[in-house]
Design a protein around this ligand. Sequence first.
Ligand SMILES: [Zn+2]
Length: 391
Amino acid sequence: MIIITNGKIITPRDVLENHCVVIENGVIKQIVPDAQVPKPDDARVIDAGGAFVSPGFVDIHVHGAVGRDTMEGSVEALAEITKFHASGGTTALTPSLIGDTRERMTAALDAIQQAMDQKIGGARILGAHMEGPYVNRKQAGALPEHFIRDPNPEEYLPWLDREGLVTHMTLAPELPGAMELIDALMEREMVPCGGHTSATGDEIEAAVDRGLCHATHLFSAMSAVTKIGPIRVAGAVEAFLADDRTMVEVIADGKHLPPLMLRMTVNAKGVDNVCIITDATAGAGLPEGAEYTVGATRAVVHDGVGVLPNNTALAGSAATMMRVVRTMVEKAGVSMSDAVRMASLNPARVLSLAGRKGSLEPNKDADVVIFTPTFEVQTTIIGGRIEFQRA
Ligand SMILES: [Zn+2]
């Protein structure tokens, strides 16, 4: 048994003081006032020292860390990535693939499968997010353009038919064959996400009618309102902001989007329909000036973010989930419990895992992060095991 005392406990609606969290057999047993805390002899007591006790963060869009990338197709790389992100408060994640050759994408999925089977430690892998290859070349951003292609069932069905592996896929709904791809994802209870898209608002709406329900990094690599002749035409951004059947995710590292746009997103969608993600690359955890690659593209860590060497685009972030929570609170003016909900419960809901992850409630997995008022992660507990402890 683990008992966490003396913390400010973040629940979906509130912050509780003078309560403790009791963990047993890998799950949260109860949250009780300090006066009622059980005191068995074998309990390990963690004194949070007045820090926040939060549900562990769930990152549904993350490519890498410490120089390692999901596309290496290596269990060892995934172990380093999950270990690093656990130190940033992430207790569960879905490694993100980018477009590559069919063989290399299959190898990346193989490695994720093996890592899930082997229980490699660090943040728990929940499955794979495929960011492409079926996206719009005009909205490639930092994705390698020559690997972008139209949906081909002969290629994607073998990926999707691997049970319990792909959790969600980012696609551009305007591509030929995209609607059939949405159908194939829906049939397998995988989440179709719109992103790297030039779709008009009407095209997004048609895709949402078909089952598209999530926006991949809203605003980034996505069409917005334009004028055709004298008439304004809505883009993907407006459709996702307006349609309450959709959830959106934002890269809340404080660099990709100005705080005003983070606030605008929360105001438009409501706190329950926004996820915050890192979109972290291999650059996360590397020092200023360090070089890494996105696909075959070189990028460099500059001022806490990844940029292409010609400075034309950001190349994913160098953030942790703790940093994106911090940005929402300190820069976007969101309350602590709302920011944490966007980092934990909402992404768990996207993956239909809110029954066992995403909040501190009895019978849920004991995925807990303890962090100071200055947003420094002290302890990360995953499934009742301490996976990270600041020295
Ligand atoms: Zn990404």
